[in-house]
Design a protein around this ligand. Structure first.
Ligand code: AHR
Length: 510
């Protein structure tokens, strides 16, 4: 069996793990909101019409921050449509997703759901069709404690105290020609800076996220960030990075190395931020907000799903990009989350896109059940365990040659040191064979294995196995039975194509 070795540098911290790395995203798109989180009449619906079966899964997932309400949707959204008495809220066309939006769920309803789910709201403003005035008005409506017309309108709509939303996205993917109100970097950078300035005059306590590139293959990638930062670095707190990955042309090796691609993407953006701050003589930091990341079979959407959607009639909450995730996808999602942790010194927050039904870890059927996709598990298990500080580790591993990223280690690893635990996140990128690993835990001779779990192909299944409504528990985490710890060395045989999490109790370690 191939062998790999991991050396853990306990005294070399990379960065503290921010809870904000475990964010997610609910867009008014497809069935994310309607028949996703919200379905009055569903047997589990609460008095506000939200599905409690989905709510319980959201809590179990461990999501901390939810970006809302878009996405492409936000670039045509009039927030005023979604507050006030429901019976007077207008039904509108959502041209981003060729859908009909009833505005039955708006800011007040979503905020109530977010409270129940125990998540922070990350609110996006429309910089596609709208601008400074509307963004500042929404902020005043949401956060102002005094008695202004906007704040009193919020009170009249049933909310006495401010929503106190801290995180605000200045538009969405404004570099993309598919975006309503698509802009050049100069146009957007200036608008983002001026909007952000006014928003901070309204409420200086907020944090602003400028829109970075939609993906690393955008022809404007790099120049976009430089220009946007030249306009806005003094005002903003974070710049976004969006990253979706998929397996194309049967190239599973490159797909499994997506985390390497994300590492490099983050590294490039971090370098551009540093240059921009230095050039402007700014001593502040600008974090990277990876506020959309996931596996997404975009080619299938563009070729198969999109034409009928956009050529067909206008419907409320049509089924859009309800990707069914496989074991392979779960391993990649786990490894992307590891990349975010590895870069925790630069990544200030991250949002798995999305939460329910739309390229989501949670699926639900109207009037029917809700269930966990394969990708649910690496996220929920990491979010539950990865508290503390990411510490540096070095990998010695056999490599695999990939078309996209060159030679890549078969072993991917991240280590998080907590007060009483050391958490090992481990991926075996070999699709055919297990990988025997040894981990030198220098200085932790007394540690014990608290738990060791793996996600891989189930017995009798394949790397394409998935969870469905009919068989929701086909792929679940199983014990990593080969895990052993003796004399300060952890060993295990990582199954072929697997993601694993090992929690070592260090409470009694030397
Ligand atoms: O998450 C789905 C879509 O992907 C979002 O609306 C958009 O921002 C991105 O292109």
């Amino acid at each position: 069996m191939a062998q790999a070795h991991l050396r853990v540098h306990l005294d070399e911290p990379v960065a503290a793990v921010s809870e904000r790395l475990f964010g997610s995203f609910v867009e008014h798109m497809g069935r994310a909101v309607y028949t996703g989180i919200y379905e009055p009449g569903h047997p589990t619906a609460n008095s506000q019409g939200f599905r409690t079966d989905v709510l319980e899964l959201v809590r179990e997932l461990g999501a901390t921050v939810i970006r809302y309400p878009g996405g492409n949707f936000v670039s045509g959204f009039r927030w005023e449509d979604s507050v006030g008495p429901r019976e007077t809220r207008p039904t509108r066309l959502d041209v981003a997703w060729h859908s009909v939006e009833t505005n039955e769920v708006g800011l007040h309803e979503f905020a109530g759901w977010a409270d129940d789910a125990g998540v922070e709201i990350m609110q996006a403003v429309n910089l596609g069709t709208r601008g400074i005035e509307e963004a500042a008005a929404l902020l005043e409506y949401s956060n102002h404690a005094g008695h202004t017309a906007r704040a009193d309108e919020r009170r009249a709509n049933g909310r006495e105290t401010p929503f106190d939303i801290t995180l605000w996205c200045l538009g969405n993917e404004m570099d993309g020609p598919w975006q309503i109100g698509h802009k050049t970097a100069d146009e957007y950078g200036r608008l983002a800076a001026e909007t952000g300035r006014v928003m901070k005059w309204v409420d200086p306590s907020i944090e602003l996220v400028a829109a970075g590139s939609s993906n690393a293959d955008m022809p404007t990638f790099g120049d976009w960030e430089r220009t946007v930062l030249a306009h806005s670095a003094d005002v903003i707190d974070h710049i976004s990075l969006h990253a979706y990955y998929e397996e194309t042309g049967g190239d599973v090796a490159s797909f499994l190395a997506s985390g390497v691609g994300l590492d490099r993407y983050i590294g490039t953006v971090a370098g551009i931020i540093d240059e921009a701050l230095a050039a402007q003589g700014l001593t502040k930091t600008v974090g990277i907000s990876v506020d959309e990341w996931n596996v997404w079979y975009q080619s299938r959407f563009n070729e198969v799903d999109k034409p009928p959607l956009f050529e067909g009639g206008w419907n409320e909450h049509p089924r859009i990009i309800e990707d069914e995730y496989s074991v392979t996808d779960a391993v990649v999602v786990g490894s992307l989350l590891m990349s975010l942790l590895r870069n925790a010194d630069r990544v200030s927050m991250a949002n798995l896109a999305q939460l329910v039904n739309v390229i989501a870890p949670i699926r639900s059927e109207p009037g029917g059940p809700a269930w966990r996709q394969t990708t649910f598990y690496p996220f929920s298990l990491t979010a539950a365990a990865a508290h503390g500080t990411v510490v540096r580790c070095t990998v010695e591993s056999p490599v695999v040659d990939t078309a996209r990223y060159g030679e890549v280690d078969l072993l991917d690893a991240v280590v998080v040191r907590g007060d009483t635990e050391l958490v090992l996140l481990l991926v075996n990128r070999d699709t055919a064979a297990p990988l025997s690993i040894s981990v030198d835990l220098a200085g932790l001779a007394g540690a014990g294995i608290a738990s060791a779990l793996s996600v891989h192909a189930p017995a009798g299944g394949t790397r394409f196995s998935s969870n469905t409504q009919a068989a929701p528990d086909t792929v679940v985490p199983v014990p990593l039975s080969s895990a052993e710890l003796a004399y300060g060395v952890f060993t295990a045989d990582l199954p072929a194509l697997s993601w694993s999490i090992v929690r070592l109790s260090t409470a009694t370690a030397e």
